[in-house]
Design a protein around this ligand. Structure first.
Ligand SMILES: *[C@@H]1O[C@H](CO)[C@@H](O)[C@H](O)[C@H]1NC(C)=O
Ligand SMILES: *[C@@H]1O[C@H](CO)[C@@H](O)[C@H](O)[C@H]1NC(C)=O
Ligand SMILES: *[C@@H]1O[C@H](CO)[C@@H](O)[C@H](O)[C@H]1NC(C)=O
Ligand SMILES: *[C@@H]1O[C@H](CO)[C@@H](O)[C@H](O)[C@H]1NC(C)=O
Ligand SMILES: *[C@@H]1O[C@H](CO)[C@@H](O)[C@H](O)[C@H]1NC(C)=O
Length: 171
């Protein structure tokens, strides 16, 4: 029989693992003001840091507004020609899956009233020093790979501990 305290320790490690694995942030455009005319979204964007894997989400009245992903020309000129994507649900979650600058505008003319936002997405930061992957940086490889290796190492550790606590039949 596995003791209750062993189960509790494993539970804590499991929580730690899950918490570490889901560090993506959901950036709600405009915070509690949402996606509406007359808001300076440059101020909102300047107040946070975006990383690859984060989400940007737009909350709005779907009968009135929408979201288009455009390039810099579309952003500067409020045009949706050649748009890279469009969303209309009123609660849209858009993955920021690349380290680059993203541009979003509202497609019904409200872009001219400020409904435009651009965010610069950064590569994932390196894992904190002392983490399992800290001394195994492969040369020439990007930060996300290092981060992923860290997670794999942590999972292996948790699984190994689980098999010690619960017996090898557990996995
Ligand atoms: C929004 O704020 C930024 C930073 O203060 C400013 O440069 C920009 O002109 C403002 N945009 C509008 C449309 O007021
Ligand atoms: C910037 O972020 C802080 C902390 O989240 C918040 O209190 C503040 O209102 C934000 N400022 C703007 C302009 O969004
Ligand atoms: C964008 O607007 C500028 C100035 O308003 C104009 O010179 C330019 O041709 C426009 N670009 C496109 C692609 O429409
Ligand atoms: C943006 O897309 C439009 C339409 O596809 C294109 O004409 C324009 O050159 C693009 N602008 C940039 C900066 O890539
Ligand atoms: C919106 O996106 C869909 C595909 O996701 C595309 O078929 C449609 O033409 C787009 N609408 C506009 C107005 O760009």
């Amino acid at each position: 029989m596995v003791s209750t305290s062993a189960q509790f320790i494993f539970f804590c490690l499991f929580i730690l693992f899950t918490a570490t694995a889901t560090t993506a942030t959901d950036h709600i455009v405009g915070a509690n003001k949402g996606w509406n005319p007359g808001i300076n979204y440059t101020l909102w964007a300047n107040n946070q840091t975006f990383y690859v894997g984060d989400l940007i989400s737009f909350r709005y009245q779907k009968t009135q507004y929408n979201v288009f992903q455009v390039n810099q020309t579309g952003y500067d000129n409020c045009t949706t020609e050649g748009a890279l994507g469009n969303w209309t649900s009123g609660k849209d979650f858009i993955p920021l899956n690349e380290a680059k600058r993203f541009y979003f505008i509202c497609g019904n003319g409200q872009c001219f009233n400020g409904m435009k936002v651009t965010v610069l997405v950064h590569p994932l930061p390196p894992p904190p020093s002392g983490s399992i992957a800290a001394n195994s940086t492969p040369s020439g490889s990007a930060a996300p790979v290092v981060f992923h290796k860290g997670l794999v190492g942590l999972r292996a550790f948790v699984l190994a501990l689980a098999s010690i606590l619960f017996g090898s039949g557990w996995i």
